[in-house]
Design a protein around this ligand. Structure first.
Ligand SMILES: *Cc1c(COP(=O)(O)O)cnc(C)c1O
Length: 371
């Protein structure tokens, strides 16, 4: 197994870890990057043995992400493969307290597992710490607290340290979906979480060309349980996808810096635009939510009216995308009809604004004239 012996020392800063982590050792003629290892099996009696159990390309990606989050990472075939792996740890009949505005796929899989009698779920307002603690206390079968912060797409923030403390006092495990924040803006393990979930499809890979997920934990027992679920269920990532995500990770800090600067400026300008009723922006990150005055119709017009922005779902890519979230039947009914989620990319902010403004003006005009 090619080893990555240039393990980043713990005192390296994140921007250095993203660039230098998980590389082959500095030896004459060693490539700077791990090759993509296409292998379904390995010569026997080593650590890997078979393609479903491990892969050197996964290991390089996992090393960088683990260092950034302060734990040990495992790569999965998608964010949802990672989500369902964590839910698999909940015992039969156990219950999960989760944000009502979690990623819609997470809410859907909870509902599916509940319908099949596997577990129960209680959906809460994750920003209301007292209500979340009460929901956990109220349910003696509660085994897992699911946190997403900021939530997708309402952008509510959870008090992770307070919730983790309260959960641990009750013997409840804490998981944080850190897809929106990335480990550069929030490290849930250091805030008390037991497991971190990522859709690496989004910011970590960052170029809208990969589906990948990951889990991170600093608890060896939990790591073994998660790894054995990956081995048995087989939700394993492709080596090429993992390599692309690792390549994307190399620039995470630079992409996020620019996306964040653009997002803060666009949030400010959107807030001053008459077609926009409300802007939600937690003050950091690259996602902005704008609630358009007049609901679904002007929001749909915005999606049709943009030329530079792409009307598309998903987020965290270098290119700016937007969509009205309630166009999805599965989106929570408490999300406003006119809410448009903007995933701000790394283009020039003036070009992004000019395109948004022309599309917003069109949407506002349509509303006034009833067209
Ligand atoms: C996209 C997303 C997921 C699911 O990830 P996939 O890679 O699409 O399976 C989970 N959580 C959040 C917050 C997401 O945005």
């Amino acid at each position: 197994m090619p080893s990555s012996t240039n393990r980043p020392t713990p005192d390296l800063r994140p921007a250095t870890i993203t660039v230098t982590g998980g590389r082959p050792a500095h030896e004459p003629d060693a490539p700077l990057n791990h090759p993509i290892t296409m292998a379904s099996t390995y010569v026997a009696t080593g650590d890997l043995e078979y393609g479903r159990y491990g892969n050197p390309t996964w290991a390089a990606f996992e090393e960088v992400l683990g260092s950034l989050e302060g734990g040990r990472a495992l790569a999965y075939a998608s964010g949802m493969a990672a989500v369902t792996t964590v839910l698999d740890l909940v015992g039969q009949g156990g219950s999960v307290v989760a944000p009502r505005h979690s990623y819609s796929g997470t809410v859907m899989v909870l509902a599916d597992l509940e319908a099949r009698g596997r577990l129960r779920s209680r959906l809460v307002d994750i920003a209301d710490t007292e209500a979340v603690v009460a929901a956990m206390k109220d349910d003696e079968d509660c085994a897992l607290l699911w946190i997403e912060s900021p939530t997708n797409p309402a952008l509510e923030l959870a008090d992770i340290p307070a919730l983790a403390d309260a959960a641990h006092e009750l013997g409840i495990r804490v998981v944080v979906d850190n897809t929106f924040a990335t480990p550069l803006l929030q490290q849930p393990l250091s805030l008390g979480a037991d497991i971190v979930v990522h859709s690496a499809t989004k910011y970590l890979a960052g170029h809208s060309d990969v589906q990948l997920g990951a889990l991170v934990t600093s608890d060896d027992e939990v790591l073994d349980a998660l790894k054995s679920r990956r081995d048995l269920v087989g939700a394993v990532p492709g080596p090429f996808e993992t390599w692309l995500a690792l390549r994307g990770l190399r620039t995470l800090h630079v992409r996020l810096d620019r996306a964040q600067a653009n997002a803060a400026e666009l949030a400010r300008r959107l807030g001053e635009h008459p077609a926009v009723e409300e802007v939600r922006y937690p003050g950091w990150g690259g996602i902005v939510a704008a609630v358009l005055a007049g609901g679904a119709e002007p929001a749909d017009r915005l999606g049709r009216g943009v030329r530079l922005w792409v009307h598309a779902t998903s987020l965290g890519g270098v290119e700016s995308t937007l969509e009205r979230r309630r166009r999805w039947k599965a989106e929570a009914q408490t999300i406003p009809e006119g809410l448009v989620r903007l995933s701000v990319g790394i283009e020039d902010v003036e070009d992004l604004w000019a395109d948004l403004e022309q599309a917003l003006d069109g949407a506002a005009l349509a509303r006034q004239t009833g067209r």
